[in-house]
Design a protein around this ligand. Structure first.
Ligand code: GAP
Length: 421
């Protein structure tokens, strides 16, 4: 049976070294988390699985690692400066800051404060989620010439490198570019452990194609990702699809389907048990066009006067030049790790009535692949042999040696962290 709630995973994570509250010795920093000795291995193995599946096992995807801080124009022309915001309200009674679109409503449709139940809230106003910083030695913190942002998605780094990769890899459509990296959003209401944080890691792939092929490829990636999530051990009954409604779509998207995971199985209302694990969007030609110097408006004025490049594609077979459409499967490493841990979590009661935790991770995801446990720690011929076996294994996989307890306890410790061998 999967974990009954996220709290169970929080406690296992802290107890065994998967995830720790960040800055804990200074009282923490709201919704920031550090990945411990096991968490970093599990996250790396999830990223490896994604990268292998997309970049190594297919013939049509290249990898990329672009900068976190880019020229401010990237975020101007992507639309993030003007539209990447959440509707913010303040509660006049308890001073909570809340995301209006996430609040329950009363019978008259008025939003209710999730902290104190009041409907005495301010008008909603847009709050831009991008973290600001300044570049270089500047005289003041709000110098517009020095203003830059921490990227709120890895995707834009891919779009602005489209031509670089296209020209140097000699790719033809359809092909994809995959990237894994940190993203930052000044979320109004982060929470639920690592589900929503201000610093997180994304695995994004932009699949460039001819416009007429986009709808069918979109469906292929929706199906493909459900299969890949299954290979991570995520149970099909804990996954569902959600078709975003017109008013929910991001400014660039024609159609977006979210793959939802049952992050909150303890909630009575089945509908509220689900939340987004990943989104798969058809971004059309929005981004390549937006970053191109070429497109002109109806009066022949350049829409983007700052770009020096045209990111269109020339098809030598049809002699056409056009802006490719993009299918974008985007998934968070942290949410994936949480879903993997929840579905791997199992409790078993032994003959003595003691409850044991077993983390049934797929071997390729397990932080530690093999534990070498000597049956007796006082017999050098046994411990030396065990250490030798461990040393022989360690160049090939994460192996540990442990003789700090009885064999039953040692096994139980490894079961709890998902060690397969
Ligand atoms: N480029 C498209 C894009 O960024 P998104 O739905 O905003 O789309 C993609 O983000 C995925 O990144 C989400 O499905 C989720 O897994 C993860 N993600 C987004 N915001 C997050 C946050 N604040 N904390 C943790 N993960 C987050």
């Amino acid at each position: 049976m999967p974990a009954p709630n996220i709290e169970t995973i929080v406690s296992l994570s802290k107890r065994r070294g998967f995830v720790f509250p960040a800055s804990d010795i200074y009282g923490g920093l709201g919704s920031s988390w550090d990945y411990g000795q096991l968490g970093v291995e599990l996250a790396n193995n999830i990223k490896k699985s994604w990268w292998n599946w997309l970049v190594y096992e297919r013939d049509d995807i290249e990898g990329l690692d672009s900068s976190i801080i880019q020229n401010r124009n990237v975020w101007k022309y992507s639309g993030h400066e003007t539209t990447f915001s959440d509707p913010l309200v303040d509660c006049r009674d308890c001073n909570s800051r809340l995301r209006e679109d996430k609040l329950e409503r009363n019978a008259e449709g008025k939003p209710i404060c999730s902290n104190c139940g009041s409907t005495n809230l301010t008008e909603s106003r847009p709050f831009n989620l991008m973290f600001r910083t300044t570049i270089g030695a500047v005289s003041s913190d709000d110098d517009p010439m020095a203003l830059a942002y921490l990227r709120p998605e890895t995707a834009q780094g891919i779009f602005i490198n489209f031509k670089n990769v296209l020209d140097t890899s000699r790719r033809k459509l359809p092909f994809g570019i995959a990237q894994i990296g940190k993203a930052f959003r000044n979320e109004v209401t982060p929470g639920n452990f690592i589900f929503r944080t201000r610093e997180f890691e994304q695995m994004e792939m932009e699949y460039f194609c001819r416009p007429e092929d986009a709808a069918a490829l979109h469906q292929e990636w929706i199906d493909g990702f459900q299969t890949w999530l299954g290979t991570l051990g995520i149970l099909p009954e804990n996954l569902s699809l959600y078709e975003q409604q017109a008013h929910e779509l991001a400014h660039y998207a024609e159609r977006t389907v979210d793959i939802m995971y049952r992050f909150f199985p303890e909630r009575e209302d089945e509908e509220k048990q689900w939340d987004e694990l990943m989104g798969i969007a058809n971004r059309k030609d929005f981004d390549l066009k937006a970053h191109s110097k070429k497109p002109e408006d109806a009066e022949g004025k350049r829409v983007n006067p700052d770009s020096t490049e045209d990111l269109s594609y020339f098809d030598p077979q049809t002699n056409e030049r056009f802006y490719p459409y993009v299918i974008e499967p985007a998934i968070g490493v942290n949410r994936t790790l949480l879903a993997v841990m929840m579905d791997a979590y199992t409790e078993k009661t032994n003959e003595k009535g003691e409850v044991r935790v077993i983390l049934k991770l797929k071997p390729e995801l397990a932080p530690i692949k093999v534990a070498v446990l000597p049956l007796a720690k006082n017999k050098p011929e046994i411990t030396e042999m065990a250490r030798k076996i461990k040393r022989g294994l360690q160049p090939a996989m994460r192996a540990v040696y442990d003789d700090t307890g009885g064999i039953g306890k040692l096994y139980a410790r490894q079961d709890e962290i998902g060690t397969p061998f």
